[in-house]
Design a binder for this molecule. Structure first.
Ligand code: FE2
Length: 248
């Protein structure tokens, strides 16, 4: 399975604190059937002020150890907290893209969990006009969308794609997020299922349990779209270089 949203780089956000913890996380992901992971650390100026260069450097520092421990192929992008500063990052080509969709760059976009700020929505609109595809991370957990599903449809109409978090489908973020996730699946609004893994205890790496819930709703071929075909359509350019054990 292809996991396009994961916090596995140690020490740069609220993911693993050490290389040992990161190793434990990717080994658990491999045991759960994941073969490819895109590391997507937070880029959030207020909380985790990571830069594209800093993320790349941190990734290069842990990639070999994590690939060798798990056998998983790794690539790197970022989960970008959308705001006015995002415009400047795009202008100076300082966004680590998640990949491409229909030949357009894709940005993994995070809103605050509390609401959809008008300013951030305007920036998402601006991204679309610039030919950038926003993939919205875990909309099922956004309180404004939980209260008003129409807001999700508005984002879909703009051209956003949606990433659903697997653990939300087994109640990991409460019953409302689970119901919203279920409705997104029924309405065919989910493009990819991902783990958003942070640690093995509370934010785990497995896609399977969530996938099995989705399978009961829409069948196994649709689940395959969400964990294989669709994410690969986007992230495959990130994996274009040979595996690290072939390089050295
Ligand atoms: Fe995340």
């Amino acid at each position: 399975m292809i996991d396009l949203h994961a916090h596995i780089i140690p020490g740069i956000d609220d993911g693993p604190a050490s290389l040992d913890e990161a190793r434990e996380l990717v080994v658990a992901a491999a045991a759960a059937g994941t073969t490819h992971i895109v590391a997507t650390p937070h880029m959030n100026p207020g909380q985790f002020p990571n830069t594209a260069d800093g993320i790349r450097q941190a990734f290069d520092g842990c990639r070999a150890a994590l690939e060798q421990a798990s056998g998983i192929r790794l690539a790197v992008a970022a989960e970008v907290r959308v705001g006015l500063d995002t415009v400047e990052l795009v202008e100076r080509d300082a966004i680590p893209w998640l990949g491409e969709y229909l030949e357009q760059p894709v940005m993994l976009v995070e809103f605050p969990h509390t609401h959809l700020p008008t300013e951030a929505c305007n920036v998402v609109r601006w991204l679309v006009t610039r030919g950038i595809v926003p993939m919205i991370a875990h909309p099922e957990r956004n309180r404004e969308i939980m209260q008003n599903y129409q807001r999700l449809r508005e984002l879909a109409d703009l051209g956003c794609l949606f990433q659903l978090t697997a653990s939300a489908m087994v109640g990991g973020f409460g019953p409302v997020a689970q119901q919203v996730g279920r409705k997104m699946v029924e309405d065919n609004l989910v493009f990819a299922l991902a783990s958003d893994m942070h640690n093995t205890r509370f934010r785990p790496p497995a896609l399977g349990p969530g996938g099995r819930v989705i399978e009961k709703i829409v069948g196994s071929s649709r689940v395959a779209d969400l964990v294989f075909d669709n994410p690969w359509k986007i992230v495959s350019p990130l994996f274009a270089s040979p595996a690290i054990d072939l390089v050295v």
